[in-house]
Write a protein that binds this ligand. Structure first.
Ligand code: GLN
Length: 515
């Protein structure tokens, strides 16, 4: 029984727990056992909190036994991306800069998970400070795609996508600044949502680009994603950009899954040349399935989406260079004494520490952002990019006048081999060509599996986008499509992923994981 528990959906786990047919300790232990069996190979985690997770599970079991009125998700374990501050648990953001940092507080969404009684299994791997599309920029080595261990699981949240795809956790927290929830979901055959900007508190999320960052849910089904969205979302007075409104009715929408009468807009600019044939084929079939279920399809023109990547790679580095200035070796984090200097100045210590603490991609973006913001260039680069951002938001507004949701492939290709794009920043950046517009405009987006590409048999995803604050539409459409697809496949897509326990455990890099 124990090993089978990890194959259940979070929704099924919640049912069994509330009927007292299983305990949270059993469920949590089953996931920890699974991690012991496969994470040496997949490397989803940077830190596993065995004792903390089991203690939280035991506490919830005791409350249930005592007849307490518990949250729907009480007892369902979860993994958290290492970019969220977790009290008493290491938080490194995939960087040497924060090695050994134990936050003295919880991010708001972590507080919500704990309050709901969800045991936190551990912290998941990520590209350093969430910069990347593959997890290869993690200072602790890459995570691997459970479908093919030689390939990337997406990024920056490849730890969170692979942890759910390898059944080490039913749910995980991700963050999406330019696609880091959706692209990893697409390439691992899982589901992920970037909520409306401001829909989930950013308090305690170590900032990459504050105007773009949004935390969201990662799971294996649309309903599970909605269940987690409902736990983590909602207003937070500690985040001044947080929307002061209840969480949209995402769970109800996922359960109803009604698309009849909805108009689906296919974005002309996303999905053409440059997209792998198998990715496009599965996308077209998915759109057809929605039509079969009663939706209407139109093509929408969003001409400024062509400039989204260029605008993003000015806005993001600008904000990142400012946000990362706080890692100055004075207040917290890594401190390195410069070599061969007897009495170093504060500035020399800062320089040595930032040189040693940050990886190449982070340095690249700090330099780019500092340049774009410098006087004399500000108007030419950052100012222009902000204008393009407005035009992209206008494209969305016009598109949503004729369509209830927009759709596109989530990423241009399936998972690429580890190492393939590491030395080509531009090729890496292109992974997010379809996901970035949503971050620039603040609208919500979801990726769900659309099938396996014919060329390589690897998963690919469809992206759904909705107007700001109307996140429930993602779930209505996503859930309807998922039902149609699963019926066609004869079961969940992940049932076709390889059995990881048959692989020799061979993760080569050292990592700071607890036993
Ligand atoms: N891959 C994109 C980047 O490198 C998106 C990152 C993210 O969403 N955190 O910036």
């Amino acid at each position: 029984m124990t090993s089978d528990l990890t194959r259940l959906t979070a929704s099924e786990m919640s049912d069994l727990l509330s009927r007292k047919e299983i305990s949270s300790v059993e469920l949590t232990q089953a996931h920890l056992d699974r991690t012991a069996a496969v994470d040496g190979t997949v490397h989803s985690y940077l830190h596993v909190d065995t004792a903390g997770a089991l203690a939280a599970a035991k506490a919830v079991d005791e409350k249930r036994a005592a007849g307490a009125d518990l949250h729907l998700m009480a007892g369902v374990p979860i993994a958290v991306k290492d970019v969220m501050a977790t009290k008493g648990l290491p938080t490194t953001c995939g960087s040497k800069m924060l090695e050994g940092w134990i936050p003295p507080y919880d991010a708001t969404l972590v507080t919500k998970l704990r309050a709901a009684g969800m045991p936190i299994l551990g912290k998941t791997n990520m590209d350093e400070f969430a910069m990347g599309s593959s997890t290869e920029h993690s200072a602790w080595g890459p995570s691997h795609n459970p479908w093919d261990l030689t390939r990337i699981p997406g990024g920056s949240g490849g730890g969170s996508s692979s942890v759910v795809a390898s059944f080490q956790a039913p749910l995980a927290i991700g963050t999406d600044t330019g696609g880091s929830i959706r692209q990893p979901a697409a390439v691992t055959g899982t589901v992920g949502t970037k909520p409306t900007y401001g829909g989930v508190s950013r308090y305690g999320l170590v900032a990459l680009a504050s105007s773009l960052d949004q935390a969201g849910p990662c799971a294996r089904t649309v309903l599970d994603t909605a269940l987690l969205h409902a736990v983590m979302g909602g207003h937070d007075p500690r985040d001044s950009t947080s929307i002061d409104a209840p969480v949209p009715p995402v769970v109800e929408a996922a359960r109803t899954a009604d698309v009849s009468g909805l108009t689906i807009g296919v974005v002309k600019q996303l999905g053409g040349a440059g997209y792998q044939a198998g990715v496009r084929a599965r996308f077209d079939e998915s759109v057809q399935l929605l039509v079969d279920r009663g939706a209407k399809v139109v093509e929408v023109d969003c001409p400024n989406f062509d400039y989204a990547l260029a605008a993003y790679y000015l806005i993001l580095p600008s904000e990142a260079s400012s946000n990362l200035a706080k890692f100055d070796a004075m207040r917290y984090g890594l401190r390195v004494r410069p070599e061969g200097v007897d009495d170093p100045s504060a500035e020399q210590v800062m320089a040595a520490s930032r040189d040693a603490g940050f990886g190449d991609e982070v340095k690249r973006r700090i330099i780019l952002g500092t340049y774009a913001l410098s006087s004399g260039y500000y108007d030419a680069y950052y100012g222009q990019a902000q204008k393009v951002r407005r035009l992209i938001a206008d494209d969305f507004s016009r598109a949503f006048e004729v369509a209830d949701v927009l759709v596109s492939p989530t990423a241009p290709t399936t998972a690429f081999p580890i190492g393939e794009k590491l030395d080509e920043p531009m090729a890496m950046y292109l992974n997010d060509v379809a996901t970035i517009p949503a971050n620039l405009a603040g609208v919500p987006g979801m990726s769900l599996p659309s099938g396996l590409a014919d060329e390589d048999g690897l998963p690919t995803g469809i992206q759904i986008l909705a107007p700001a604050t109307m996140d429930e539409r993602l779930y209505a459409v996503g859930s309807a499509l998922e039902r149609a697809l699963v019926e066609q496949w004869g079961g969940p897509l992940l049932d076709r992923a390889p059995d990881l326990t048959a692989h020799p455990s061979a993760h080569p890099t050292a990592d700071p994981k607890e036993a």
